[in-house]
Design a protein around this ligand. Sequence first.
Ligand code: AGP
Length: 610
Amino acid sequence: MCGIVGYIGTKDASNVLLDGLKRLEYRGYDSAGIAAIDVGKNIEVRRSAGKLFNLEKKVHAHPVKGHIGIGHTRWATHGRPSEENAHPHVESGVAVVHNGIIENYLPLKEGLEKQGAVFKSETDTEILAHLISRQMKAGKALEDAVRETLKEIKGSYAIVVISKDEPDKIIGARMECPLVVGIGDGEGFIASDIPAILNRTRRMIFLEDGEIVTVTKDNIEVKTIDGKVVKKTHREIDWSPIMAEKGGYRHFMLKEIFEQARAVADTFRGRISEEGGNVILDDFRINEKDLQVVERFYLIACGTSWHAALVGKFLIEEFVKIPAEVDIGSEFRYRNPIADKKTLCIAISQSGETADTLAAIKEAKRKGSKIVSICNAIESSIARESDSVIYMHAGPEIGVASTKAFTTQLAALYLLSINIAVKLGSIKRETVKDLIQELVKLPKKIEAALSNEPKIEAIAKRYFHFRDFLYLGRGISYPVALEGALKLKEISYIHAEGYPAGEMKHGPIALIDENVPVVVLAPKDATYPKMLGNIEEAKARGGRVIAIVNEDDNEASKKADDVIIIPSASRHLSPILFTIPLQLLAYHIAVLKGTDVDQPRNLAKSVTVE
Ligand code: AGP
């Protein structure tokens, strides 16, 4: 998510804002800006693409006066990273910064344009400045104008607003994106995250969804969106600054594991119509004529993203009913692939900068194939090389080990497969409605899967001393076995192999004895009876078995030494849920091993060399 800072007090607002944004840099961003009000004058805005240093240079060259202001670091979701898309967005003396995604911004924007509004950016956020200023022109006070505006908004938001007509307050509001209020002496703060203001005050109030706060120099008032006053007590935050950067989690990886329910929801936010039974991917720009001639899909990726591609094959072939091949990025171009206008390539990359994947799609493009990419980083090299990009909207992933990137890639592949299937007429509308229903239920199931953490931590204590692990899965769970093994090896440095369970008897079974734990993925799907056999085979050779099972399991859980139970879901979405305990198991084993969980040895977050 992006970074937000708001200030009102007696200090120079621009210094407080820039300092606060710097303390949020770790979250990743691609542009930044501040706005301040010098009382009696208009709002002054300074924005820049790229690093905060560029913004600081601009503010130094053209200082901004005033003791009230707002600032923002942007991780682009709508509209490329640029100065004109950077926040704050200003309209008629109202300045807004926003985290989150406004699902219904297009119809709202069209309505405003019809009334003569002129937009200066490609962002969804800018409509907030227009809507709030329109309310104020109709006579509403700032707080009421914000409230009325938010009643029109669908989606997630953390916003902070100032107005030159009411320069004695800052207004904040949240829905599904965090917002914290800092209480100072004769000053007040609002931020998206504790680290931004922890050096200013340790007295903080945390907003809940649907709450609006008005902060003046000497007072803080919280209300619901319906105007009911909410009594809040402040908390004394005793975190160290580094702890605060991780939101109280010990590592970024753990924070990102626990962000997955929200991240997956953000991936499908604004892209599904439950009643209409449709997936709307405005950013999928392969036209129907080019789609009609496709006879084969290539899913190309590396590492964790390659595991997502392996799951994607199941989704494409089942929904679209066209063959899909999966290639590792570094292998694709050396096999002289048959690629032309009848092949559609789907490149999957969190960073959008992986050299092997980029080289592969350049080769496919050279041969005439269209490219769709699934990326997290807006305007990244792979995104720019593609004919069409589906962004995951996962927010920055700081930990080197991919976690929310993987689960949001699977959600994006699910959406893309359904969208293409509907366009090609290979799926019934009723089926789409069911599939969408399954997706909408997923975030709550992710939370349930995450609630296993204490049990998984206890299991990690019994297994962290082992030197070799085997992960087994079948069908759509086999890529999850690969992912679980990769998570363990890359952060704990323990050797771990993911294997198709049916292959056990063709070799790996020779490895199994009391020193080689076996992690078995046993969803209640068509492969379940065979997975029971694999558990018995491993047990018969002295292997200890950790089974990941569904809540209605009554056999695997009796045979295994340790059992982790997760909610049942459709077979297409089970990989997202089955991955979560494996992420947590790898994490807790690594912590017990004392490795550098967020920055494991020899690894980089983005491998930009071949
Ligand atoms: C997985 O945990 C690693 N971070 C690594 O395998 C990663 O998935 C791979 O380098 C691909 O990165 P990308 O998704 O940014 O292309």
